[in-house]
Ligand binder design. Structure first.
Ligand SMILES: [Zn+2]
Length: 367
Protein backbone atom coordinates (compact mmCIF):
# COMPACT_ATOMS: atom_id res chain seq x y z
CA UNK A 1 0.00 0.00 0.00
CA UNK A 2 1.34 3.43 -0.88
CA UNK A 3 1.83 5.80 1.96
CA UNK A 4 -0.85 8.46 2.11
CA UNK A 5 -1.58 11.09 4.75
CA UNK A 6 -4.52 9.05 6.06
CA UNK A 7 -2.42 5.92 6.66
CA UNK A 8 0.13 8.08 8.46
CA UNK A 9 -2.65 9.37 10.62
CA UNK A 10 -3.79 5.81 11.43
CA UNK A 11 -0.25 4.65 12.26
CA UNK A 12 0.32 7.59 14.57
CA UNK A 13 -3.08 7.18 16.18
CA UNK A 14 -2.45 3.47 16.83
CA UNK A 15 0.90 4.13 18.55
CA UNK A 16 -0.49 6.92 20.70
CA UNK A 17 -3.58 4.97 21.66
CA UNK A 18 -1.57 1.91 22.72
CA UNK A 19 0.79 4.01 24.82
CA UNK A 20 -2.10 5.83 26.48
CA UNK A 21 -3.83 2.56 27.25
CA UNK A 22 -0.71 1.13 28.90
CA UNK A 23 -0.51 4.26 31.01
CA UNK A 24 -4.15 4.08 32.18
CA UNK A 25 -3.96 2.91 35.80
CA UNK A 26 -7.57 2.67 36.95
CA UNK A 27 -11.13 2.23 35.75
CA UNK A 28 -11.70 5.99 35.39
CA UNK A 29 -8.64 6.32 33.15
CA UNK A 30 -9.78 3.33 31.06
CA UNK A 31 -13.16 4.90 30.54
CA UNK A 32 -11.62 8.26 29.58
CA UNK A 33 -9.39 6.44 27.08
CA UNK A 34 -12.36 4.56 25.61
CA UNK A 35 -14.34 7.76 25.10
CA UNK A 36 -11.32 9.58 23.63
CA UNK A 37 -10.44 6.87 21.11
CA UNK A 38 -13.41 4.58 20.44
CA UNK A 39 -16.26 6.83 21.56
CA UNK A 40 -18.63 8.69 19.28
CA UNK A 41 -16.32 11.73 19.15
CA UNK A 42 -13.14 9.67 19.55
CA UNK A 43 -10.01 9.96 17.42
CA UNK A 44 -10.41 6.61 15.66
CA UNK A 45 -14.09 7.25 15.04
CA UNK A 46 -13.13 10.53 13.37
CA UNK A 47 -10.73 8.69 11.08
CA UNK A 48 -13.41 6.16 10.12
CA UNK A 49 -15.81 9.00 9.33
CA UNK A 50 -13.25 10.76 7.12
CA UNK A 51 -12.97 7.68 4.87
CA UNK A 52 -16.14 8.73 3.06
CA UNK A 53 -14.20 11.36 1.10
CA UNK A 54 -11.61 8.91 -0.34
CA UNK A 55 -11.37 7.20 -3.72
CA UNK A 56 -13.23 3.87 -3.58
CA UNK A 57 -10.09 1.72 -3.91
CA UNK A 58 -8.16 3.63 -1.26
CA UNK A 59 -11.24 3.69 0.94
CA UNK A 60 -11.44 -0.12 0.89
CA UNK A 61 -7.80 -0.61 1.86
CA UNK A 62 -7.65 2.15 4.47
CA UNK A 63 -11.08 1.26 5.79
CA UNK A 64 -10.03 -2.36 6.35
CA UNK A 65 -6.90 -1.23 8.20
CA UNK A 66 -8.87 1.21 10.37
CA UNK A 67 -11.51 -1.39 11.25
CA UNK A 68 -8.79 -3.90 12.10
CA UNK A 69 -7.22 -1.30 14.38
CA UNK A 70 -10.57 -0.70 16.11
CA UNK A 71 -10.95 -4.43 16.83
CA UNK A 72 -7.39 -4.58 18.16
CA UNK A 73 -7.90 -1.59 20.42
CA UNK A 74 -11.19 -2.96 21.80
CA UNK A 75 -9.46 -6.26 22.61
CA UNK A 76 -6.52 -4.37 24.16
CA UNK A 77 -8.96 -2.39 26.33
CA UNK A 78 -10.59 -5.59 27.63
CA UNK A 79 -7.18 -7.14 28.35
CA UNK A 80 -6.00 -4.02 30.16
CA UNK A 81 -9.17 -3.92 32.27
CA UNK A 82 -8.69 -7.57 33.27
CA UNK A 83 -5.01 -7.00 34.12
CA UNK A 84 -5.88 -4.01 36.33
CA UNK A 85 -8.56 -6.08 38.12
CA UNK A 86 -6.11 -8.87 38.83
CA UNK A 87 -3.54 -6.36 40.12
CA UNK A 88 -6.11 -4.82 42.47
CA UNK A 89 -7.11 -8.26 43.79
CA UNK A 90 -3.45 -9.22 44.33
CA UNK A 91 -2.92 -5.97 46.21
CA UNK A 92 -5.88 -6.71 48.50
CA UNK A 93 -4.61 -10.22 49.22
CA UNK A 94 -1.10 -8.87 49.92
CA UNK A 95 -2.53 -6.30 52.29
CA UNK A 96 -4.48 -9.00 54.14
CA UNK A 97 -7.78 -7.34 53.25
CA UNK A 98 -9.06 -10.40 51.42
CA UNK A 99 -8.86 -13.98 52.69
CA UNK A 100 -9.17 -16.22 49.66
CA UNK A 101 -9.25 -19.33 51.88
CA UNK A 102 -12.66 -18.37 53.35
CA UNK A 103 -15.50 -20.63 52.14
CA UNK A 104 -17.89 -18.94 49.73
CA UNK A 105 -21.29 -17.65 50.79
CA UNK A 106 -23.87 -20.38 50.18
CA UNK A 107 -26.67 -19.52 47.75
CA UNK A 108 -30.06 -20.20 49.32
CA UNK A 109 -31.91 -22.64 47.14
CA UNK A 110 -35.65 -22.91 47.05
CA UNK A 111 -37.29 -26.23 47.84
CA UNK A 112 -40.52 -28.06 47.28
CA UNK A 113 -43.31 -27.46 49.78
CA UNK A 114 -43.78 -30.42 52.17
CA UNK A 115 -47.31 -30.98 50.81
CA UNK A 116 -45.94 -31.06 47.26
CA UNK A 117 -43.25 -33.52 48.33
CA UNK A 118 -45.80 -35.85 49.92
CA UNK A 119 -48.15 -35.48 46.95
CA UNK A 120 -45.35 -36.59 44.63
CA UNK A 121 -44.55 -39.60 46.82
CA UNK A 122 -48.24 -40.57 46.79
CA UNK A 123 -48.63 -40.17 43.02
CA UNK A 124 -45.36 -42.07 42.41
CA UNK A 125 -46.75 -44.99 44.41
CA UNK A 126 -49.94 -45.09 42.33
CA UNK A 127 -48.08 -44.57 39.07
CA UNK A 128 -46.06 -47.69 39.86
CA UNK A 129 -49.37 -49.52 40.30
CA UNK A 130 -50.52 -48.46 36.85
CA UNK A 131 -52.68 -45.43 37.67
CA UNK A 132 -52.89 -42.47 35.30
CA UNK A 133 -52.85 -39.00 36.88
CA UNK A 134 -55.62 -36.65 35.74
CA UNK A 135 -56.82 -33.31 37.05
CA UNK A 136 -60.17 -31.57 37.22
CA UNK A 137 -61.50 -28.04 37.78
CA UNK A 138 -61.34 -26.36 41.20
CA UNK A 139 -64.42 -24.27 40.40
CA UNK A 140 -67.11 -26.88 40.04
CA UNK A 141 -70.82 -27.18 39.37
CA UNK A 142 -73.15 -28.31 42.14
CA UNK A 143 -74.21 -30.99 39.66
CA UNK A 144 -70.79 -32.68 39.71
CA UNK A 145 -69.73 -31.87 43.26
CA UNK A 146 -73.00 -33.10 44.80
CA UNK A 147 -75.97 -34.08 42.62
CA UNK A 148 -74.35 -36.72 40.48
CA UNK A 149 -72.51 -38.16 43.48
CA UNK A 150 -75.89 -38.97 45.01
CA UNK A 151 -75.88 -35.95 47.32
CA UNK A 152 -79.06 -34.05 46.31
CA UNK A 153 -79.87 -30.64 47.72
CA UNK A 154 -81.94 -31.92 50.65
CA UNK A 155 -79.55 -34.73 51.58
CA UNK A 156 -78.25 -34.50 55.14
CA UNK A 157 -74.83 -35.64 53.90
CA UNK A 158 -74.35 -32.15 52.43
CA UNK A 159 -73.52 -31.09 55.96
CA UNK A 160 -70.37 -33.24 55.70
CA UNK A 161 -68.99 -30.75 53.20
CA UNK A 162 -69.43 -27.12 54.20
CA UNK A 163 -69.19 -25.26 50.97
CA UNK A 164 -67.83 -22.03 49.51
CA UNK A 165 -70.48 -20.98 47.00
CA UNK A 166 -69.61 -18.62 44.17
CA UNK A 167 -72.17 -15.90 43.72
CA UNK A 168 -71.55 -15.14 40.03
CA UNK A 169 -74.65 -17.06 38.98
CA UNK A 170 -76.74 -15.42 41.66
CA UNK A 171 -77.41 -18.80 43.22
CA UNK A 172 -75.40 -18.43 46.41
CA UNK A 173 -77.41 -19.51 49.42
CA UNK A 174 -78.19 -17.39 52.44
CA UNK A 175 -76.02 -19.06 55.05
CA UNK A 176 -78.02 -17.49 57.86
CA UNK A 177 -80.76 -19.92 56.94
CA UNK A 178 -78.46 -22.82 57.84
CA UNK A 179 -76.81 -25.16 55.39
CA UNK A 180 -79.62 -27.73 55.42
CA UNK A 181 -82.45 -25.32 54.62
CA UNK A 182 -80.38 -23.18 52.29
CA UNK A 183 -79.24 -26.22 50.38
CA UNK A 184 -82.79 -26.90 49.22
CA UNK A 185 -82.87 -23.61 47.29
CA UNK A 186 -79.89 -24.34 45.13
CA UNK A 187 -79.98 -25.67 41.64
CA UNK A 188 -77.55 -28.01 39.98
CA UNK A 189 -76.05 -25.16 37.93
CA UNK A 190 -74.76 -23.30 40.99
CA UNK A 191 -71.01 -22.78 41.10
CA UNK A 192 -68.84 -23.62 44.07
CA UNK A 193 -65.26 -24.33 45.03
CA UNK A 194 -65.09 -28.10 44.93
CA UNK A 195 -65.24 -29.63 48.41
CA UNK A 196 -63.55 -32.86 47.31
CA UNK A 197 -61.88 -34.35 44.22
CA UNK A 198 -64.73 -36.85 43.77
CA UNK A 199 -66.51 -34.82 41.02
CA UNK A 200 -63.69 -35.93 38.73
CA UNK A 201 -64.99 -39.51 39.08
CA UNK A 202 -68.13 -38.45 37.23
CA UNK A 203 -66.35 -36.18 34.77
CA UNK A 204 -63.87 -38.90 33.85
CA UNK A 205 -66.50 -41.63 33.48
CA UNK A 206 -68.48 -39.33 31.17
CA UNK A 207 -65.55 -39.23 28.77
CA UNK A 208 -64.02 -42.68 29.08
CA UNK A 209 -65.10 -46.30 28.89
CA UNK A 210 -63.77 -48.93 31.31
CA UNK A 211 -61.18 -50.08 32.19
CA UNK A 212 -60.39 -46.99 34.27
CA UNK A 213 -57.54 -46.60 36.72
CA UNK A 214 -56.91 -42.98 37.67
CA UNK A 215 -55.46 -40.87 40.49
CA UNK A 216 -56.82 -37.31 40.75
CA UNK A 217 -54.76 -34.86 42.79
CA UNK A 218 -56.07 -31.38 43.57
CA UNK A 219 -56.95 -28.59 45.93
CA UNK A 220 -60.32 -28.63 47.67
CA UNK A 221 -62.04 -26.03 49.81
CA UNK A 222 -64.23 -26.24 52.91
CA UNK A 223 -66.14 -23.45 54.58
CA UNK A 224 -65.15 -24.25 58.13
CA UNK A 225 -63.32 -22.91 61.14
CA UNK A 226 -59.64 -23.81 61.22
CA UNK A 227 -57.94 -25.68 64.02
CA UNK A 228 -54.97 -28.01 64.37
CA UNK A 229 -56.55 -30.62 62.09
CA UNK A 230 -58.82 -28.50 59.85
CA UNK A 231 -57.92 -26.01 57.14
CA UNK A 232 -60.26 -24.26 54.72
CA UNK A 233 -58.04 -25.45 51.87
CA UNK A 234 -56.79 -29.01 51.55
CA UNK A 235 -55.12 -31.22 49.00
CA UNK A 236 -56.73 -34.51 48.09
CA UNK A 237 -55.89 -37.48 45.96
CA UNK A 238 -58.89 -39.36 44.58
CA UNK A 239 -58.65 -42.88 43.18
CA UNK A 240 -61.05 -44.49 40.76
CA UNK A 241 -60.80 -48.01 39.37
CA UNK A 242 -63.57 -49.41 37.16
CA UNK A 243 -63.44 -52.68 35.26
CA UNK A 244 -65.08 -56.06 35.04
CA UNK A 245 -64.67 -58.03 38.24
CA UNK A 246 -63.24 -55.28 40.47
CA UNK A 247 -63.94 -56.24 44.09
CA UNK A 248 -63.41 -55.17 47.67
CA UNK A 249 -60.30 -57.38 47.63
CA UNK A 250 -58.80 -55.19 44.88
CA UNK A 251 -59.57 -52.11 46.94
CA UNK A 252 -57.91 -53.57 50.02
CA UNK A 253 -54.90 -54.92 48.12
CA UNK A 254 -54.29 -51.62 46.32
CA UNK A 255 -54.54 -49.56 49.48
CA UNK A 256 -52.42 -52.02 51.46
CA UNK A 257 -49.66 -51.80 48.85
CA UNK A 258 -49.96 -48.00 48.92
CA UNK A 259 -49.73 -47.90 52.73
CA UNK A 260 -46.61 -50.07 52.68
CA UNK A 261 -44.93 -47.81 50.14
CA UNK A 262 -45.72 -44.68 52.15
CA UNK A 263 -45.36 -45.86 55.76
CA UNK A 264 -43.07 -48.88 55.47
CA UNK A 265 -43.21 -52.62 54.73
CA UNK A 266 -44.49 -53.56 58.21
CA UNK A 267 -47.64 -51.47 57.81
CA UNK A 268 -50.96 -53.28 58.22
CA UNK A 269 -54.29 -51.85 57.11
CA UNK A 270 -57.72 -51.97 58.70
CA UNK A 271 -61.00 -51.31 56.93
CA UNK A 272 -63.86 -50.07 59.08
CA UNK A 273 -67.43 -49.50 58.05
CA UNK A 274 -68.22 -45.94 57.03
CA UNK A 275 -70.65 -43.97 54.92
CA UNK A 276 -70.25 -41.86 51.80
CA UNK A 277 -73.26 -41.39 49.51
CA UNK A 278 -71.33 -42.30 46.35
CA UNK A 279 -70.01 -45.69 47.49
CA UNK A 280 -71.64 -48.86 48.72
CA UNK A 281 -70.29 -50.24 50.94
CA UNK A 282 -68.17 -47.40 52.27
CA UNK A 283 -65.11 -47.88 54.44
CA UNK A 284 -62.58 -45.89 56.39
CA UNK A 285 -59.02 -47.08 55.90
CA UNK A 286 -56.64 -46.99 58.85
CA UNK A 287 -52.98 -47.99 58.88
CA UNK A 288 -51.11 -49.47 61.82
CA UNK A 289 -49.15 -46.91 63.83
CA UNK A 290 -45.57 -46.64 62.62
CA UNK A 291 -44.39 -44.87 65.76
CA UNK A 292 -45.30 -47.48 68.39
CA UNK A 293 -46.08 -51.22 68.59
CA UNK A 294 -49.76 -50.25 68.71
CA UNK A 295 -50.38 -50.35 72.46
CA UNK A 296 -48.40 -47.41 73.78
CA UNK A 297 -50.85 -45.06 75.51
CA UNK A 298 -48.21 -42.30 75.42
CA UNK A 299 -47.75 -42.49 71.61
CA UNK A 300 -48.27 -38.98 70.21
CA UNK A 301 -48.98 -40.29 66.70
CA UNK A 302 -51.85 -42.72 67.39
CA UNK A 303 -52.64 -41.63 70.97
CA UNK A 304 -52.58 -45.25 72.04
CA UNK A 305 -55.17 -46.53 69.58
CA UNK A 306 -52.57 -48.23 67.36
CA UNK A 307 -54.37 -47.11 64.18
CA UNK A 308 -54.26 -43.99 62.01
CA UNK A 309 -57.19 -43.17 59.73
CA UNK A 310 -55.87 -41.93 56.40
CA UNK A 311 -58.68 -42.16 53.85
CA UNK A 312 -62.25 -42.92 52.96
CA UNK A 313 -63.03 -45.49 50.29
CA UNK A 314 -65.63 -47.90 49.00
CA UNK A 315 -67.16 -49.66 46.02
CA UNK A 316 -68.55 -47.19 43.47
CA UNK A 317 -72.34 -47.03 43.87
CA UNK A 318 -74.07 -48.90 41.01
CA UNK A 319 -76.33 -45.88 40.37
CA UNK A 320 -73.24 -43.76 39.60
CA UNK A 321 -71.90 -46.39 37.21
CA UNK A 322 -75.32 -46.58 35.50
CA UNK A 323 -75.59 -42.77 35.30
CA UNK A 324 -72.24 -42.78 33.47
CA UNK A 325 -73.76 -45.10 30.87
CA UNK A 326 -71.99 -48.20 32.10
CA UNK A 327 -73.58 -51.60 32.47
CA UNK A 328 -73.55 -51.82 36.26
CA UNK A 329 -74.30 -55.54 36.02
CA UNK A 330 -71.06 -56.07 34.17
CA UNK A 331 -68.56 -53.57 35.59
CA UNK A 332 -67.76 -52.65 39.16
CA UNK A 333 -65.32 -50.21 40.67
CA UNK A 334 -63.76 -48.80 43.78
CA UNK A 335 -62.99 -45.24 44.77
CA UNK A 336 -60.90 -43.72 47.53
CA UNK A 337 -59.99 -40.23 48.67
CA UNK A 338 -57.20 -39.15 50.97
CA UNK A 339 -55.98 -35.87 52.43
CA UNK A 340 -52.38 -35.15 51.47
CA UNK A 341 -51.83 -32.76 54.40
CA UNK A 342 -52.95 -35.50 56.82
CA UNK A 343 -50.43 -37.95 55.35
CA UNK A 344 -47.67 -35.29 55.31
CA UNK A 345 -48.39 -34.59 58.99
CA UNK A 346 -48.03 -38.28 59.82
CA UNK A 347 -44.85 -38.68 57.75
CA UNK A 348 -43.13 -35.67 59.31
CA UNK A 349 -44.64 -35.60 62.80
CA UNK A 350 -46.35 -32.23 62.22
CA UNK A 351 -48.98 -31.52 64.87
CA UNK A 352 -50.81 -28.53 63.34
CA UNK A 353 -52.14 -28.45 59.77
CA UNK A 354 -52.15 -24.65 59.80
CA UNK A 355 -48.33 -24.68 59.60
CA UNK A 356 -48.50 -25.70 55.94
CA UNK A 357 -49.99 -22.47 54.62
CA UNK A 358 -48.77 -19.97 57.23
CA UNK A 359 -45.73 -19.27 55.00
CA UNK A 360 -43.32 -19.29 57.94
CA UNK A 361 -39.93 -19.99 56.37
CA UNK A 362 -38.59 -21.36 59.66
CA UNK A 363 -41.14 -24.17 59.25
CA UNK A 364 -40.85 -24.64 55.49
CA UNK A 365 -37.04 -24.78 55.43
CA UNK A 366 -37.07 -27.96 57.52
CA UNK A 367 -38.23 -30.03 54.56
ZN1 LIG B 1 -48.73 -45.22 68.04
Amino acid sequence: MTTTPITDTITTLAAEARAALDAAADEAALEAWRVGVLGRGGSLTAVLRSLAGLEPETRRAVGAAANRLRDELEAALAARREALGAQALAAQVAAGALDVTLPGRPLRRGGLHPVTQTLRVILDAFTRMGFDTVEGPEVELDEYNFERLRIPADHPARDMWDTFWLSSLGAAPDRSAGSGAAARDRDAGALLLRTHTSPMQVRYMEQHAPPIRIAVPGRCYRYEATDATHEWMLTQVELLVVDEGVSMADLKGTLQEFARQIFGAQTRVLLRNSYFPFVEPGVELAVSCFACPGDDPACVVCRGSGWLEIMGAGMVHPEILAAAGYDAERVTGFAAGMGVERIAMLRHGIDDIRNFYANDLRFLRQF
